[in-house]
Every structure is written in C-alpha cells, then in structure tokens.
Design a protein around this ligand. Structure first.
Ligand code: GRG
Length: 276
C-alpha cells in the first residue's frame, strides 16, 4: 500500500470539508477568521484525519463516512498547537516554517482563534446526519478534556524530570497525544458502524500507536533537552525499541480485522517510523 498516496488523498478530502465548513476568510470578524485558518491551511501531515478514514475502512465502511470526525480531530489538533505555541506555554515563533498564529495576529487573537477552532470541531460533528454521532461527540470531548489532552498538557508544563519515571512520561504521552489519535480511529470506526468489540480493539490500537507516535517525536527531538521525553530514561535506542514494541502489540490488536484494516496498519507504521 502507498501510504503517502493515502495521506495525500485523505488530506485533500478533509481540506475540502474544512474549507467549506469554516467561516470564510472575509466574513466578519475577518481578522479572527483569518487567524483560524492561518495554521489550518496548508496544515501538516493530516495524520489524524487519515486515521479516521482508515478507521471507517477497517470496519468495512467507505472512508467518506468518517468525514465529520476527520475534520473535527484536525480542528482540535490545530487549536492545541495554536495554544501550545503561545508565550505562556511553549513560546514558539515558528511552526511548519511559518510564523505562529500569535506572531502573525497577536496573542489575544491567537487565544480566541484556538477557542473558536475547538468549538468548530463540535459544530462540524453535530451537523453529521448519523445516529451514532452522539457517541463520537462524547469520545472527542473526553479525549480533548482535562482527563486527556488538556490534563496531559497541564502535567507536561509542570513536569518534574528529576522525579520522572518511564511510566510517568508515558502517562503524559498517552493523555497529551495518544488520546486524540485513538479518538480519531475509534470515531471513524463508530461512524462506519463498527460494533463494540471492534471499537474496543481499535481504541487499544489507537492508544498504543499514539504513545509510540509520541515516543517517535521524543527520538526526533533528542538533544532538545525536553523534560518529558522517554529518551532521557531509555536513550535513543531504548526509546526506539519501546516504540517498536508498542507498534507490534498495537498491530496484534487488529490482526483479526484482516484486509480492510491494511490502511490503518500502514499508517501506524508510518506514524512510528516517520522522520519528521
Ligand atoms: C494547548 C491544550 C493544549 C494542548 C497542547 C498538541 C500539544 C498539546 C502540544 C504540542 C507539542 C507536542 C509535542 C504535542 C504532542 C502531539 C504532537 C506530536 C503533535 C504534532 O503532531 P503532528 O506531527 O503535527 O501530527 P503536524 O504538523 O503534522 O500536524
């Protein structure tokens, strides 16, 4: 399977949807709407939407069924990056080679653009004409809330590297990064009509791939002196090995799903072995 081709096709599909769903760039307040689009287009790898499409396919549905959750997870991801870049958090001036939203539009507008992107995620989901969407909204709210994404970010910001263990690092990774990845896969499968047993497998798969994805990030950032990184505990090779072990057990979870889950497997391998 051509994973780059799958990612490109997924990106085009979700970008059309997001462009049509969001307020136009000249709709008042135009500066706020431009700020919302600043990091969203051209965007990054669009891995989470691709995982949502592949989640639908893994349970035998057409990828288009997952469009509302694919758009919603990219909106939540984008909001989290806009806020993560703020001076009160990571204080980054550049992302994906472009000025961050607060550099381009000012801090207050960047906070509001993030708020609006998060809200828009639930708006695009609520529009889905699908009886199973309430469960998807609940899953996404859980993944984005204080028990997962926001809580993981909170603990990352106050992370005490002296008292850290590999388990405490992975707990942050699971909440800050893996929860949204799992919600992408499971949301796609839910909208695709997957039963509870398969949703459970796909959730365990998503969490393991998500932690491995974040460890891959630790390896790519090795040398950056990140307090919450598995590399400081296991070294680059040890962290790579841990990511491979998680990938293997994630793949074992979905072995029974057969050929329809092939895109999901390839995306998982790509996410863990990527070089950017
Ligand atoms: C501010 C609520 C709040 C959360 C911030 C997303 C995040 C939590 C922090 C950003 C830093 C970081 C290392 C997050 C972990 C997730 C991660 C690796 C994000 C980058 O995701 P990619 O590689 O990015 O999918 P692209 O650019 O391809 O979209």
């Amino acid at each position: 399977m051509d994973v780059q081709g799958y990612l490109a096709e997924s990106a085009a599909r979700v970008e059309r949807f997001l462009d049509e769903s969001l307020p136009a760039v000249d709709e008042p307040p135009a500066r706020l709407h431009a700020a919302m689009r600043h990091l969203l287009f051209p965007g990054g790898k669009r891995l989470r939407p691709a995982l949502a499409f592949a989640g639908a396919e893994a349970v035998g549905a057409a990828p288009e069924r997952a469009l509302p959750i694919a758009g919603a997870v990219e909106l939540v991801h984008t909001y989290s990056l806009v806020h993560d870049d703020l001076p009160c958090m990571d204080d980054d001036d550049e992302r994906r080679g472009l000025p961050t939203v607060h550099v381009a539009f000012g801090e207050a507008t960047a906070v509001l653009a993030g708020d609006a992107l998060l809200t828009e995620a639930f708006a695009v989901l609520a529009l889905a004409d699908e009886s199973r969407v309430a469960g998807v909204i609940g899953d996404l709210a859980e993944a984005a809330g204080s028990r997962e994404l926001v809580g993981g970010q909170h603990d990352d910001l106050s992370f005490d590297s002296q008292a850290a263990t590999p388990e405490s690092v992975e707990s942050v990774h699971r909440r800050k990064s893996a929860a949204l990845i799992a919600a992408s896969v499971v949301g796609g499968a839910r909208l695709g009509g997957g039963d509870a047993e398969r949703l459970g497998r796909l959730r365990r798969f998503g969490l393991q791939v998500g932690v491995a994805f974040q460890i891959a990030d630790d390896v790519l950032d090795a040398g950056d002196d990140e307090p919450c990184s598995l590399v400081s505990h296991l070294g680059v090779e040890g962290a790579r090995r841990r990511a491979e072990d998680l990938l293997e057990s994630a793949l074992a979870e979905i072995e029974d799903l057969g050929e329809p889950a092939e895109a999901l497997r390839e995306l998982a391998r790509f996410a863990v072995r990527r070089d950017r």
